[in-house]
Design a protein around this ligand. Sequence first.
Ligand code: BGC
Length: 762
Amino acid sequence: MKIQKFLIISICLFTTFQSFAQNDTKKMDKFIKKLMKQMTIEEKIGQLNLVTPGDGILTGSVVSKGVEENIEKGNVGGLFGIHGPEKIRKAQNLAMKSRLKIPLLFGSDVIHGYETTFPIPFGTSFSWDLNLIEKSARIAAQEASANGINWTFSPMVDIARDPRWGRVAETAGEDAYLGSQIAKAMVRGYQGDDLSKNNTILSCVKHFALYGAAEAGRDYNTTDMSKIKMYQDYLPPYKAAIDAGAGSVMSSFNDIDGVPATGNKWLLNNLLRDQWGFNGFVVSDYTAVNEMISHGLGDLQTVSALALNAGLDMDMVGEGFLTTLKKSLSEGKVSEKQIDAACRRILEAKYKLGLFDDPFRYIDEKRPANEILTEENRRFARNIAAQSCVLLKNKNNLLPLTAPLKISLTGPLANDKSNMLGTWAVTGDPQKSVTIYDGIRNLLGSNSRMIYTKGCNISDDSLFAKHVNVFGTRIEIDKRSNEEMLKETDDVSRSADAIVAILGEASEMSGESASRSNLDFPASQIRLLKSLKKTGMPLVVVVIAGRPIILDEVMEIADALIFTGHLGTEAGGAIADVLFGNYNPSGKLTMTFPRNVGQIPIYYNRKNTGRPQSGVEFEKFKSNYLDVANSPFLPFGYGLSYTNFEYGDIQLDKPILNDNEPITASITIQNTGRFNGNEVVQMYIRDYVGSVSRPLKELKGFQKVFLKQGEKKTITFKISKEDLKFYNSNLDYVAEEGDFKLMIGTNSDSLKEINFSYKPKQ
Ligand code: BGC
């Protein structure tokens, strides 16, 4: 009786909820149908036009002209690069003067925080903490929306296996599984559960697709890969973001199978809409429609028609749609139906954001002061930054440092606000960031001493510095000679208790159009390290960079080494917290670090090949190099702690998996060291035999667990058929019967193992 009642109530609730959603859709359809009936073809095409008045960062060669006039004429669907209620109100007011008063979208590259800047995405991925990452996107949405923004060009979910590519800094690294979890968390954070709230914003998944696979790591370069690799290794994070409800997608600059993504019908129509069921809108990347002319696909009219027919809805900046679609319509090169479909998708996004109810929903002059860069947000930024630090070496437990002590703080990144935020932090103010110097200073008591000296330049190469400094000085070449700088640091360091050197990349040494063919640690900085070593003093090195770089010499020289991405507004406090043990580092690398550039591309989920090396030594006619080992310098998932975690053996509740019930794997982990700490426990699976060759291991789960000193915990993972699935030669997503290896451990190279079998019908 009770059960029946429960069922009836649940069914009612479910149908109420369902009919609410259906009602909403019905209402929206009705509204948009009515609106579109009144729209001229020019007004419809106008909605497909995204412009920037040039108030933000310019990444291409074009800035839109006559923006204000065009808004009033109904020639603009959205605007990006302007911020703040005052300016945004002005622009929205112009839209309200247009004939049909259709509100504008206001976009922005909110990539790793808004004004409160969090670590670059590559850095936050080291936290392996989905709650933290989701919260960072939530705070970014809160701040951005307080400043009038309702659409972010994030998350960037491109898989990156080539550290020469500068945009590695904006990614979550090399792994499709981890990348997918992070993509979902970001979308949830930005969009929340109701897009029409004034503190949630529309997300835009980018860059669709395969942008991270640019040949030779050179930005905007061509990509070419098999469909099976695409489906298996590169597409999952985009799909995960779409499954999480992302409302828009940005097409990438590169070509796929010869056709640029922006005009690629297979990609935008067949895959994205037909196979994945995406029903939001697709915007091009910056002038990507026009760039199809250089790709060799035709003149502006031809490429604009190609893009629309392929399924692109909105043209960013280039105005190819605005200036040619009407002509193409009259010549029968595009159909009105196609223009209507694109227009409708953009209007639907505006409807879902609540802009037709209130075009000024996100515009409130009182919000910025109360909601942006608040103390609470800064505290969160410091916490996520600390959790994004990876400990790579800690000889004789040099870290954490204990005060009181005399510190020689050195290195070109130690006292430099301009390099704290990292790349693509266009809405952050570097002047409001905390340097490492200030962070340590604020933490040290008055009985400790710290002296700062620069020590060296980030790079001594003035041409390289010129290339990096396009948007302002990031590499400042000192007027003093190298010898003078080294001598100054040497004098201070000899009388210190410990040296802390803050080294690495300037923020714009990675990011867009910041590819590098040489990933060696800058010679100027190695020179400083060698000189510091000669003092014989304990040497702590913190490397801040936007990508994996070659760390062999640094690792050898440093007594303790921390690696991290550019950490954002609260960089200084976070690094101080880690150095002095307020936070015990728990970060784990999300890309494999190569020994040299010749090993690239190098990634953990590689295949065995037909001629695998049997050990670590060179073997003739085996798959290896004459001059370097096969193994990476640092494996995926690597990172140490101030404490030790001991792993027991894996136990399975049953040896055979069937379709009905998952296997439960458990493992006991004990904190056997001297500190409390977080450990990221990683679970990998190998499929021994398949209809296609399968990787040696693939990440299939992870948990971040907190263990007090001496504490022991048993962690469990459930393994189901879903975890065994892969794309076969027909691109079907299947699990095949057979034997598997389950691996659990602290990084992809240090794992406990056990075998199990999958028999679907047991
Ligand atoms: C970048 C995008 C960005 C866009 C708008 C392009 O150059 O590739 O990631 O969203 O500019 O700023």
